[in-house]
Design a protein around this ligand. Structure first.
Ligand SMILES: NC(=O)c1ccc[n+]([C@@H]2O[C@H](COP(=O)([O-])OP(=O)(O)OC[C@H]3O[C@@H](n4cnc5c(N)ncnc54)[C@H](OP(=O)(O)O)[C@@H]3O)[C@@H](O)[C@H]2O)c1
Length: 293
């Protein structure tokens, strides 16, 4: 099976490429500047170049706050891009795994969101990703939309790396404690995506559709930061002595974020009979790969 991976330089794309290489999968990968998802021709050429059975789209505009002032670009990358991609896949008869986000929800739930819950994004980023999902659904039958949340990896920019950097420079960190979500190790998600890739053509046709996948357990950004520091201190010395809990009001950002965006993953767990790892266990593994004295 030949796979085309888009967004190979991002945190998730990097982990997918790494896992695919490890298991010997035939995966061709692209990213900017050789490939631009907003350019219909670039997309058509990429999808048409080889006889792919599957495209994985990890390319996206992910700067949540910047998107508030770069709305056109966010929509080009997160909505028009997936639209071009779904059309090209449909013409070539190729299936697509498209990655989306918990930020399509408004955060008013008090139970983990299911795939059937209505979307109601609070930010430009969330709206652009929700619009991208609709384009994929409307243009291509053989699609998987995989929503995930609070991604981190040893590669790229993310919350874990920001906390470690700040903890080396400051005695006290102030972190929001009233937004709840599920931290997800990009390497775990990459493993799941390749499992999907391997089985997507030999399970029932009803497999196409929307799924949720994230690390097991719910955290706030503050409890996440405290766990990062607890585990990291076992591996190295930091200047940081305290992680103080603050409210969203005390940390204003350009983009509004859902107060609660935990994802219910029972649909995908049932399909593959998988047991997700706790986010704490995965975090420990990630830190083993990057924190040293
Ligand atoms: N990060 C999170 O916490 C999070 C949470 C939930 C869901 N997600 C979703 O998960 C997926 C992967 O996220 P990630 O964190 O791995 O993102 P990322 O690290 O920002 O990677 C995205 C990749 O897409 C590339 N890209 C941007 N514009 C492009 C364009 N016009 N054409 C082709 N490639 C382009 C980026 O290149 P440049 O770096 O050069 O721009 C980057 O390599 C995305 O769909 C995202 O919405 C992420």
């Amino acid at each position: 099976m030949k796979i085309l991976l888009l967004g190979k330089n991002g945190q998730l794309g990097y982990e997918i490429e790494r896992s695919a290489t490890r298991v010997g999968m035939n995966c061709y990968s692209l990213d900017m500047p050789q490939f631009d998802i907003t350019d219909r021709k670039s997309v058509q050429e990429a999808v048409g170049k080889e006889d792919y059975s599957l495209v994985i789209n990890a390319a996206a505009y992910t700067a949540v706050d910047k998107a508030e002032t770069e709305s056109d670009l966010a929509f080009e990358v997160n909505c028009s891009g997936p639209a071009h991609l779904a059309s090209s896949c449909s013409k070539k008869g190729v299936s697509l795994i498209h990655i989306s986000t918990d930020f399509v929800f408004d955060g008013k739930n008090r139970m983990p969101y299911r795939e059937t819950d209505p979307v109601c994004p609070l930010s430009v980023y969330g709206r652009s990703k929700a619009a991208g999902e609709s384009e994929v659904r409307d243009r291509l039958e053989k699609h998987i939309i995989l929503r995930t949340s609070w991604l981190y990896s040893t590669h790229g920019n993310n919350f874990v790396k920001t906390i470690l950097r700040l903890a080396r420079e400051n005695e006290e960190l102030r972190v929001v404690d009233d937004q709840f979500g599920c931290p997800t190790y990009a390497a775990d998600l990459a493993t799941l995506i390749l499992r999907f890739a391997n089985h997507v053509h030999d399970v029932l046709p009803s497999v196409w559709g929307t799924y949720h996948y994230c690390g097991k357990g719910v955290a706030t950004w503050h409890t996440f930061a405290e766990k990062i520091m607890e585990l990291a201190r076992k591996r190295a010395v930091f200047k940081c002595k305290r992680v103080r809990a603050i409210s969203t009001e005390q940390y204003p950002t350009l983009a509004a974020r859902p107060a609660y965006s935990a994802l219910d993953c029972s649909k995908i767990e049932g399909l593959f009979r998988i047991k997700r790892r706790s986010w704490e266990e995965s975090l420990g593994e990630m830190l083993n790969g990057m924190v040293s004295p």
